[in-house]
Design a protein around this ligand. Structure first.
Ligand code: NAD
Ligand code: MG
Length: 306
């Protein structure tokens, strides 16, 4: 194993293994990156599945758009979808081109099509554009993963400016309304929508009141949407991650001094790695979850959730 992947594993997700020791309980050094941050700069490196996700043909021929598909959970989902047989479009911010090209390379290495679509989802016009471009360049759209997100800590309401509240709401929930509305013009019966929520929807940290409340809104939106779309044969579900080691954390998603203990307080005693989320998204995207809609899958190391 070379230096670049020394922190990841080559043991795939179907291997019988102890979840406590599948990954080490990492102790990330204090570090900071400017938003949106890069996977390539994370210490230690996160496991997005490059060496560890094994596909079994569950999404053969499907076409997917993953927002925030350049890094972290979205990158892990994009790689897993491609290894399951899907063509994948990635939405990300222009500053993340390097991460996005790395994920696109991994998608192409599976013999699948990768479409890269940089742009800002706080721009309403871009939300429509990115969906139409994804469908146009993939030749249709079967799966929408609304995963882009913004998380910035603020110690008190007095120190939380309106501008941040608005940006967080624009990114996390308003963009989700817009991309989903645009996707409905393309999704066939059998199509699926998967929204990334968070354990923060149920256990809001005192320092994340704006972020956590968008995640509660995402939960409710997902259930209402599932109800609205059921008779069209389109399913909508959510995945609620716990503490996962991604660029979201060292870009002011956590206080810097809290990073070394990130994820330690979960029952499994360690942070999750992005690729550990991928099977939940694959399940919800695939027809094998045909009777599952309006549901939330919790992937959080055992934190109590409703
Ligand atoms: P990440 O930084 O790798 O991914 C977030 C992505 O959001 C970025 O890569 C970026 O491309 C995208 N994004 C942010 N603002 C954008 C904008 N204005 N326009 C377009 N794209 C934008 O981090 P991640 O942790 O993988 O985050 C993915 C999702 O998981 C987010 O919704 C996050 O809230 C959620 N989540 C993460 C954790 C965790 O512990 N990491 C826990 C619960 C939920
Ligand atoms: Mg990123």
């Amino acid at each position: 194993m070379g230096d670049a992947d020394a922190d990841t594993t080559r043991t795939d997700q179907l291997h019988f293994q102890n979840p406590v020791t599948r990954y080490p309980a990492i102790e990330p050094p204090e570090q900071h990156q400017a938003e949106p941050g890069l996977d390539s700069e994370l210490q230690p490196k996160a496991d997005i599945g490059e060496f560890s996700y094994r596909g079994t043909g569950r999404l053969e021929g499907r076409k997917a758009l993953v927002t925030g598909g350049d890094s972290g959970i979205g990158a892990a989902v994009a790689i897993a979808f491609a290894r399951e047989g899907a063509d994948v479009a990635l939405s990300y911010l222009p500053a993340e081109e390097q991460d996005a090209q790395n994920v696109a390379r991994l998608i192409r290495e599976c013999g699948r099509t990768a479409v890269t679509l940089p742009g800002d989802l706080t721009d309403a016009a871009f939300c429509r554009q990115v969906v139409d471009d994804a469908a146009g360049q993939l030749g249709g759209l079967d799966i929408l993963v609304n995963n882009a997100g913004k998380q910035i800590v603020a110690t008190s309401l007095e120190e939380l400016p309106d501008e941040q509240v608005e940006q967080t709401y624009q990114t996390n929930i308003l963009a989700m309304f817009r991309t989903t509305r645009a996707a409905l013009a393309h999704l066939p019966a059998g199509g699926t929508i998967i929204n990334t929520t968070s354990v923060e929807a149920y256990m809001p940290a005192p320092t994340l009141v704006d972020y956590a409340s968008t995640k509660a809104a995402i939960n409710n939106f997902t259930k209402g949407l599932a109800n609205q779309l059921a008779d069209k044969g389109i399913r909508a579900n959510a995945v609620a991650p716990g503490p996962i080691w991604t660029p979201l954390q060292p870009t002011d998603g956590q206080p810097k001094e809290k990073l070394p203990e990130f994820g330690r307080s979960t029952p499994l005693g360690r942070a999750g790695q992005p690729t550990e989320l991928a099977p939940a998204y694959v399940f919800l995207a695939s027809p094998e979850s045909s009777y599952v809609t309006g549901a939330t899958i919790h992937v959080n190391g055992g934190m109590p959730s409703p």
